[in-house]
Design a binder for this molecule. Structure first.
Ligand code: PAF
Length: 271
């Protein structure tokens, strides 16, 4: 496995990779969820590139950019074990040569709901950096977790709307045995918060179990598990995140604060 930092070194290493190239973009702090992305890429592509880059553009001014977990050596070890061929860990100036961009990707209406309603500049930052990595890495396939379901939906929409030549692959959420969805931010949870954080997955599973009785029953069952959490939203939507259908494939999404930690999760629901 090769590890590079600068944009120039990345370009040289990228040029030597056999096709097809699978990209796993990450912000580091890798866990079993990222391992699943790397494994999917390894199964399907001749070359696997992982990026480790904590993207300042997707953090709001009061968010956790400074304290976002960083574990570079452990990340390299995990990437190596999962078969990455090339890891690119650029500095901010390798990605944002002028310090910031003036032209960016606008997420449109889907970027203003759910997470976008709480984090208004987040998805422009995500889509802009993902578009940059698509241009710089030129992958045939790119892998994203369903844990960040709205992010995945917006990346698919960007690729569609802008005719980008990459196949977006969604990979199922990995959970702790008790149901908690893996997230790099789980390290923020205190030992008192950790059991309370289970409220999110419990709510989603309760909602999913009530799906046969219709959309209202789903929401009611889910709310009953969220009583002692500070909930940002609980919403039932179509699989593409448009308005929920009365029947068929839907998605139940939740965001809540547990102590000082903001967590999100979602599941598929068949109405
Ligand atoms: O999901 C993430 O870790 C990030 O949002 C991504 C896609 C790597 C862009 O910075």
């Amino acid at each position: 496995m090769k590890v590079v930092r600068s944009r120039a070194d990345f370009a040289t290493a990228r040029a030597a990779l056999p096709q097809t190239v699978g990209l796993v973009p990450t912000m580091g702090a890798l866990h079993a969820g990222h391992a699943a992305l790397l494994r999917a890429a390894r199964n399907e592509c001749a070359s696997v590139v992982a990026t480790l880059f904590v993207n300042p553009m997707q953090f709001g001014p009061t968010e956790d950019l400074e304290r976002y977990p960083r574990s570079f050596e452990a990340d390299l070890a995990l990437a190596e074990v999962e078969g990455a061929d090339l890891v690119w860990a650029p500095g901010v100036h390798d990605v944002y040569a002028r310090g910031a961009v003036e032209v960016s990707v606008s997420p449109g209406a889907l970027g203003a709901v759910l997470e976008g309603a709480v984090r208004p500049t987040h998805f422009a930052g995500v889509l802009t950096v993902v578009a940059k990595f698509f241009s710089l890495v030129r992958p045939q396939h790119a892998y994203f977790g369903e844990k960040d379901y709205q992010q995945l939906a917006l990346i698919r929409r960007m690729v569609d709307d802008l005719d980008l030549a990459v196949q977006v692959e969604g990979v199922a959420t990995i959970r702790e045995p008790d149901g908690l969805a893996l997230s790099s931010r789980n390290v923020y949870l205190s030992s008192a918060d950790r059991p309370r954080a289970l409220g999110l997955s419990r709510a989603l599973f309760a909602g999913r179990a009530a799906a046969g009785a219709g959309p209202n029953a789903v929401l009611e069952a889910a709310w009953s598990e969220l009583a002692d959490l500070d909930v940002d939203y609980l919403q039932l939507r179509a699989a593409d995140l448009r308005e929920a259908p009365p029947r068929g494939a839907a998605r139940l999404l939740v965001a809540a604060r547990v102590g000082g930690t903001r967590l999100i999760d979602n599941v598929a629901v068949e109405l």
